[in-house]
Write a protein that binds this ligand. Structure first.
Ligand SMILES: Nc1ncnc2c1ncn2[C@@H]1O[C@H](COP(=O)(O)OP(=O)(O)OP(=O)(O)O)[C@@H](O)[C@H]1O
Length: 228
């Protein structure tokens, strides 16, 4: 049976507090291996949706599945476990640890997931090689890398555990057009190589041409966002 990478049914979400904004998604299915561009104006709920899918924000109304894991039924610690084992992240601030060397940065998610680092060292080196990072850089602190190299290390780090899902939140917004396209190409190629489903959020409409599927977050006059 084909299991979706993401399935949402009858989800309604509101942040606690006085705000009127709501997220309402009746049905959304993303197949394994799909590469999806998520767009929407500021405040439309893109980060909220990613936070729900990453299991950081809990849902009470509706169903949210990541693979065959029902996030709506999991405890906070079960969601932490799922996040550490099944989800990779790339953000605009690449969040490399400047004083750790490049290999150790790539291996961080393995460490957090509680796996043996030894088992992943070869894979980290292979991944960095595919991303065109020379071996003599592996033991340099991340702070000594160029921005382009840091981006490639961030891709390697996000994919080291072959996560089911890669969440990319505005990772290209600080880049010029050439760097942006190169980064995106590598991210999509390498995700495909490990069959990771990609959810890529950006304000930049020009990027949607790189993605087979586009989801649009739209907010109506009643301040309710849905995802089409
Ligand atoms: N932690 C929070 N607590 C309360 N309200 C929040 C919180 N985070 C976001 N919101 C509100 O939820 C709504 C959706 O915000 P969200 O950050 O998800 O939008 P976004 O599309 O990611 O915006 P941007 O593109 O500016 O990052 C907004 O009305 C915002 O003010």
């Amino acid at each position: 049976m084909q299991v979706n990478a993401v399935a949402i049914n009858q989800l309604t979400f509101a942040w606690p507090g006085p705000g009127t904004w709501r997220l309402s998604i009746e049905k959304l299915q993303i197949r394994r291996g799909e590469q999806v561009f998520i767009k929407g104006p500021s405040g439309s709920g893109k980060s909220t949706l990613l936070s729900i899918l990453a299991g950081i924000t809990a849902v009470r109304d509706g169903e949210v599945w990541v693979g065959n894991h029902p996030l709506h039924r999991l405890s906070a610690s079960q969601r932490d476990h799922l996040r550490a084992n099944s989800i990779g992240f790339v953000f605009q601030q690449l969040n490399l640890i400047p004083y750790l060397n490049l290999l150790d940065n790539v291996l961080l998610p393995v460490h957090f997931a509680g796996h043996s680092l030894h088992d992943y060292k070869t894979r980290a080196a292979e991944l960095l090689g595919r991303l065109d990072i020379a071996q003599d850089l592996f033991h340099r602190p991340a702070s000594q890398l160029s921005v382009g190299q840091q981006q490639r290390v961030a891709i390697a780090r996000a994919l080291i555990g072959k996560p089911a899902l890669l969440i990319a939140d505005e990772p290209t917004s600080a880049l010029d057009a050439d760097n942006r396209d190169a980064f995106l190409k590598l991210l999509l190629e390498q995700s495909k190589a490990v069959q990771t489903t990609v959810l890529f959020v950006s304000h930049d409409d020009a990027l949607k041409q790189h993605f087979p599927r586009v989801l649009s977050m739209q907010t109506d006059q009643g301040n309710v966002t849905t995802c089409l």
